[in-house]
Design a protein around this ligand. Structure first.
Ligand code: ZN
Ligand code: ZN
Ligand code: ZN
Length: 264
């Protein structure tokens, strides 16, 4: 596909200029915008789709930057037929599988299925889409070229959109993280346990402690406190008499379980 070339450059000029570069163009076509009812060409796009002979060295062709006194750009067409054309009605953009329209011949512009065509090989074909003298599935048809251009642009657009997808935010630089290193121990004079205990308690610790007490209180309201105290009294007295710590733990667990099962 040849780009950045004025739309009014004759196809023959391109052909002869390519020939001067030893490049043989089999077919040159130009996408156009045509009026759907009058079939008149409204705009010619500054693009030429060129089919090169199979012997062409594509790398050499891509090195041609000047053609018909213009600086040109080349772009490879990715797929020879990326345009969806209906085999039934010859329209673009859908497949015959989903076509609800009447059959249209690919060889003539008459509304009948291609297999029923009575067109003689001696008469030229007629394209239903552009009324040109070619079959409706001819890739050189200006209508086909126009759809090809759309397909190319939209696939390019999609590729760009994929590139622009938001990438996951990069990891924060290390400097943004708070240092994990504990501050170096300060040279404090040795303290006794009594001194430490006498120190004002940490306010946040006290807050969490008081909230825990509140939680326990609210849980206890669910129990019958009188019943609980009578239930706990005798096991508590029993625990007092026990010396073995393991027996004490077992007794405590038993008491707690008994309390839970008997409480409402
Ligand atoms: Zn159709
Ligand atoms: Zn026909
Ligand atoms: Zn056509």
């Amino acid at each position: 596909m040849l780009k950045s070339i004025p739309s009014n450059v004759p196809e023959d000029d391109i052909r002869s200029d390519l020939a001067a570069h030893n490049v043989q163009a089999i077919r040159i076509s130009q996408p156009t915008k045509t009026d759907k009812t009058t079939r008149t060409v409204l705009t010619k796009y500054p693009i030429f789709v060129i089919s090169l002979s199979p012997v062409s060295d594509i790398r050499k062709v891509l090195q041609i930057h000047k053609l018909c006194h213009c600086i040109v750009k080349w772009e490879k067409l990715r797929n020879s037929r990326p345009v969806n054309q209906c085999y039934n009605c010859q329209a673009f953009g859908h497949s015959s599988k989903y076509c609800g329209k009447p059959s249209q011949c690919v060889k003539c512009d008459q509304p009948h299925a291609t297999k029923d065509s009575l067109k003689l090989t001696s008469t030229p074909p007629k394209c239903v889409n552009c009324k040109g003298e070619h079959p409706a599935n001819y890739t050189g048809c200006p209508q086909f070229q126009q759809h090809l251009l759309y397909a190319q642009n939209s696939s390019q657009h999609q590729r760009h959109a994929r590139k622009r997808k938001p990438t996951p935010s990069p990891l924060l630089p290390y400097c943004n993280f708070p240092s994990l290193r504990t501050p170096p121990p300060q040279n404090r004079p040795p303290q006794t346990w009594a001194q430490i205990a006498a120190q004002a308690p940490n306010s946040s610790n006290q807050q969490s402690l008081s909230s825990t007490v509140e939680s326990i209180k609210s849980i206890l309201t669910l129990f019958d406190s009188y019943k609980l105290s009578t239930l706990l009294r005798s096991p508590a007295l029993q625990l007092q008499t026990m010396n073995d710590p393991i027996t004490k733990i077992v007794a405590t667990v038993d008491t707690v379980l008994a309390c839970l099962s008997s409480s409402p």
